[in-house]
Design a protein around this ligand. Structure first.
Ligand SMILES: *[C@@H]1O[C@H](CO)[C@@H](O)[C@H](O)[C@H]1NC(C)=O
Ligand SMILES: *[C@@H]1O[C@H](CO)[C@@H](O)[C@H](O)[C@H]1NC(C)=O
Ligand SMILES: *[C@@H]1O[C@H](CO)[C@@H](O)[C@H](O)[C@H]1NC(C)=O
Ligand SMILES: *[C@@H]1O[C@H](CO)[C@@H](O)[C@H](O)[C@H]1NC(C)=O
Length: 385
């Protein structure tokens, strides 16, 4: 009963975008957890202003690490595990200078030199643009600021897609990335069994939602936080909502630490664009990782061909570490294997989680994430310093 009430309230609040309630900011979380924190504003070539968070390592730090969140997430997604075992803190404690990226359109990156988030044009972007504009802006800024030549990249989900796009489209960035730890990497999703993809894609593909009718999806603060703070104070309610939300995209898991649920719901989802989602849907429907499909006529204008070109993953040339789980609904093992095949000998190590059910978000939220995931990531970075 409680669960049904929660779902109904969530859906209503989402539809009508009732009230905006924000919990702590990422900076407040980091400081609360006992670490130094800075925010930096970085403008992309096409005018978006990204707020990037930093846990500044000292001058003799071992190197710079950029951690990049996934689909409809933010820099805060990696802070949910609290003061000791959150990935950014562990990397910091090993002596690295840690930067947490935020893609355009999420909670922290809703500013632009001329566009406003209430315009359709603001939301006219995909992970293609995260790869072509957001990542290079962040990487160049960070390297300039820290006077380094290259950095280590850790990405989850769409953060990995953006890196694959960048390194194939603009191969000079291969030199600026020393190592790439890719958690639940998305280069193919045609075998996805995530309900968000299976149910959302047909809906998005229907005439009403046709691109260029771009709009914001899953904005933070519109329902979940409100729900928790005003309607859902008992634990069973938030746990039920949490399980539901997680299983919608990530998969049902036997590893997720459910005591993190409040943190997870406070920080996720953090907003994105319908075009970004539609682009994944195109990969889901058609199989190959191609550029955005605008339809035959417009493709001819944009790409000088009727079918959009594929991303050239062959141009990627950095040390890659791939992590994937057996119960990931969004990017299934079959799809990760396709990507592995494309990347060939660039992949230095593959870590496959097949104990119990290991889901998409368990790379952030699993029990014992410190040894299970973070420790392995750190080992990989340390061997490629
Ligand atoms: C700076 O970082 C190095 C490497 O992690 C560490 O050994 C040293 O204690 C740090 N110094 C200060 C002043 O924090
Ligand atoms: C957004 O960016 C503009 C242009 O740089 C700046 O003037 C403005 O203060 C920013 N607004 C917010 C809310 O950060
Ligand atoms: C467009 O494609 C045609 C056929 O592949 C080619 O001959 C032509 O040079 C291309 N035009 C441009 C502007 O790239
Ligand atoms: C689960 O998360 C809680 C809250 O952060 C933490 O105290 C606990 O140690 C975690 N459990 C495991 C097994 O990692």
């Amino acid at each position: 009963m409680t669960m049904i009430k929660c779902i109904v309230i969530s859906v209503l609040l989402t539809l009508f975008k009732i009230e905006t309630y924000f919990s702590k900011t990422a900076i407040e979380r980091i400081i609360n957890d006992g670490y130094p924190a800075e925010s930096h504003h970085i403008q992309t070539e096409d005018g978006f202003i990204l707020e990037v968070h930093r846990i500044p390592g000292n001058k003799s730090s071992k190197g710079v690490v950029l951690i990049q969140h996934g689909f409809i997430a933010s820099s805060e997604s990696f802070l949910c595990n609290g003061a000791h075992v959150s990935l950014p803190y562990q990397v910091y404690q090993y002596g690295f200078d840690v930067w947490l990226g935020n893609f355009r359109g999420n909670t922290y990156s809703r500013n632009h030199s001329s566009l406003k988030p209430d315009s359709r044009k603001f939301w006219d972007y995909s992970f293609h643009d995260h790869g072509l504009y957001d990542l290079p802006a962040m990487i160049d800024y960070i390297l300039k600021y820290t006077k380094k030549k290259s950095l280590h990249f850790i990405g989850h989900s769409m953060g990995t897609t953006a890196l694959l796009v960048l390194l194939s489209e603009n191969p000079k960035y291969n030199k600026k990335v020393k190592s790439a730890n890719l958690l639940a990497p998305v280069g193919y999703i045609s075998n996805s069994i995530s309900p968000i993809v299976r149910l959302g894609c047909p809906l998005l593909g229907s005439t009403y939602f046709q691109i260029p009718n771009t709009f914001e999806i899953f904005q933070q603060g519109t329902y979940l936080e409100y729900l928790l703070s005003h309607n859902c104070q008992d634990d069973s309610c938030s746990l039920a909502t949490c399980r539901l939300i997680l299983s919608l995209n990530s998969g049902t898991s036997s590893h997720t630490n459910e005591s993190l649920c409040n943190n997870i719901l406070e920080t996720n989802p953090a907003g994105g664009s319908s075009k970004q989602f539609e682009h994944y849907c195109q990969w889901f429907r058609k199989g190959a990782p191609r550029k955005f499909d605008y339809g035959i006529l417009k493709n001819q204008i944009f790409y000088n061909r009727t079918i959009p070109p594929e991303y050239k993953f062959e141009k990627i040339n950095v040390l890659i570490y791939i992590f994937y789980g057996n119960a990931d609904y969004f990017v299934t093992p079959v799809d990760v294997k396709k990507l592995l095949h494309r990347l060939g000998n660039k992949v230095k190590r593959v870590i496959y989680y097949d104990e119990g059910k290991f889901s998409h978000n368990d790379f952030m939220f699993a029990n014992n994430v410190d040894t299970l995931v973070n420790g392995v990531v750190l080992e990989n970075i340390l061997e490629s310093v």
